[in-house]
Design a protein around this ligand. Structure first.
Ligand SMILES: NC(=O)C1=CN([C@@H]2O[C@H](COP(=O)(O)OP(=O)(O)OC[C@H]3O[C@@H](n4cnc5c(N)ncnc54)[C@H](O)[C@@H]3O)[C@@H](O)[C@H]2O)[C@@H](O)CC1
Ligand SMILES: [K+]
Length: 498
């Protein structure tokens, strides 16, 4: 699914109004009705809704929602900024409709303290939407601060007030802290970054029938990985195929004390479809690997750490988990990078070795995939102010070195040399444990070996990994789930695709 900027969303609204055609007020009504349906399905009629409305069309949505909820039998109060009487046309019409209903009281933002809300209150934030274009003024700031201190359920309409749709926060910005965000039609970039996404609570993207023609034709470099895309990428195994059709994967990993990383990566490669799987590990891990992964072939290199790298051109190599940073490993790894031309997958210590001498970055074979977490990324490419800037730096570096960067985070981003960005929305905090990255490297390497393109392997790989994590959390809890549980769940994820 494409992600648009605030300006592109405005253009999409406008295009829909002109071409469907539909009047602006009817479009607001459609958006509000969609929210009301969601609310009706999630709250019972004893709830009392306190709806806070701004002056733009986000406010218009709020007024309309208040009216619809009232007609559905909910108790509703509406709050406005009496001092600011300049409303958008749609907001003005909808506020007038509210004033005509005697059962809905309209109060000023200032009155919330005198009123004291009922215990069954639900707060609805319809103050600012995607039209926010500057820092919030003091009176609204005070309101949001006060509301954030109340412990009632909080719903934001379209976007929590105070967030920009497509960029980071201003300094000292106050943002409504939602439990649920009901957002129209598109994911917004700010929902997907940690500094801003933390204000959104659970995100629900509600379809409001904006123009498909506009959405198809409008260019964007930013995407959310959705299941429809994954179905297009996934290739079921042909009945007449044999193991030679699914590639050869070699995992180069492990050192004394870190053989577990090699085991996880190798098992993950085996469980995500690789035809023939090799592990190149130091001798100290030989018996462990052979016993826990009997399907893999083991090649030994060095005693306690890997001392030479394979150069078989028909294998796809995934290098790094638990490799260690011994100087002998580094020397042969760098030698290998200088001579090897096929795409490889690099993670963990492979990246730490490169970070010790970043000149070698330009020797990474074109179209390789690297999978750094934010700290590893910083060691490779330098620090940035926030995750929005980090993403833009990653786009630049992807292009410069002709590599795919899988920037691991709560919503992992896959960045391509063409500067496209794919945000992953599967996965959960139970995966924030040592070993998860080793599993991801195994999956992506295996997919690349099976002839998925680097973009497909990275996008499909992060999605599979996250989905397996979601299944594992459901069975074991986020606390108790282990990276090995992700590997066990891969089968169930493939089953939903077949
Ligand atoms: N345009 C449309 O057709 C649709 C719009 N929709 C709603 O409309 C919203 C966007 O509406 P608007 O573009 O009117 O903007 P908003 O309702 O987000 O409000 C911003 C308004 O306040 C002003 N403003 C911006 N920053 C401010 C600040 N810091 N302090 C004080 N005032 C500030 C802006 O000039 C604008 O008038 C969406 O988020 C969505 O909720 C939906 O109803 C769907 C259809
Ligand atoms: K809002």
């Amino acid at each position: 699914m494409k992600i648009f900027s605030a300006q592109q969303i405005r253009n999409c609204d406008q295009f829909t109004i002109e071409n469907e055609p539909i009047s602006p007020i009817k479009l607001v009504e459609r958006a509000a009705e969609t929210c009301a349906r969601w609310i009706e399905n999630h709250f019972n009629k004893t709830s009392e809704f306190q709806v806070f409305c701004g002056n733009g069309n986000n406010g218009a949505d709020g007024f309309s929602l208040a009216r619809i909820l009232y007609t559905k039998g909910f108790d509703v109060n509406v709050f406005i900024n009496e001092k600011n009487s300049k409303y958008s046309q749609e907001a003005e019409i909808n506020l007038k409709r509210i004033r005509e209903i005697s059962g809905i009281a309209v109060y000023d933002f200032n009155e919330i303290e005198d009123l004291g809300f009922q215990e069954n209150s639900v707060l609805v934030d319809s103050v600012f939407g995607t039209g926010l274009n500057r820092k919030i003024e003091i009176s609204v700031k005070n309101l949001i601060q006060k509301l954030n201190h109340l412990s009632f359920p909080k719903i934001s309409i379209d976007i929590p007030s105070g967030l920009f749709a497509d960029r980071s926060l201003e300094e000292n910005q106050i943002v409504f802290n939602a439990d649920e965000t009901l957002s129209f039609q598109f994911w917004k970039k700010s929902f997907l970054h940690p500094e801003t996404g933390k204000f959104c609570g659970n995100i629900h993207i509600l379809e409001i029938g904006l123009s498909q023609k506009f959405i198809e034709n409008e260019h964007s470099d930013y995407f959310v990985i959705d299941e429809t895309e994954i179905h297009k990428i996934y290739r079921p195994r042909n009945q007449f195929s044999h193991k030679g059709n699914f590639g050869k994967t070699t995992i180069v990993a492990g050192s004394f004390g870190k053989i577990g990383a090699a085991v996880l990566a190798t098992k993950a490669a085996l469980k995500s479809g690789s035809g023939i799987t090799f592990a190149r590990i130091p001798a100290c891990g030989y018996f462990v690997l052979q016993s826990v992964c009997p399907e893999a072939m083991v090649e030994v290199s060095g005693e306690n750490f890997v001392t030479d790298f394979p150069v078989e051109n028909d294998h796809v190599l995934g290098i790094g988990p638990g490799l260690g940073t011994n100087s002998e490993t580094q020397k042969s790894f760098f030698e290998f990078l200088k001579n090897y031309k096929n795409p490889v997958v690099l993670d963990a210590d492979a990246l730490n070795l490169i970070a010790q001498n970043t000149e070698i970055l330009s020797s990474i074979p074109r179209n390789s995939i690297i999978t750094p977490h934010p700290k590893e990324f910083e060691r490779l490419f330098g620090s940035t102010e926030n995750s929005f800037e980090r993403l833009e730096l990653a786009r630049k570096k992807s292009k410069e070195f002709g590599i795919y960067i899988v920037l691991k985070d709560h919503h992992t981003q896959v960045i391509t040399p063409e500067q496209k960005v794919f945000y992953n929305i599967t996965g959960n905090s139970g995966m924030a444990k040592g070993g998860s990255g080793d599993v991801l490297l195994g999956i992506i390497t295996s997919l690349l070996a099976q002839n998925y393109s680097p973009e497909e392997a990275a996008v499909f790989g992060v999605w599979l990994h996250g989905k397996a994590g979601d299944f594992a959390a459901e069975k074991n809890s986020k606390e108790a789930m282990l990276p090995s549980d992700l590997i066990d769940e891969l089968g169930n994820v493939f089953k939903i695709l077949a």
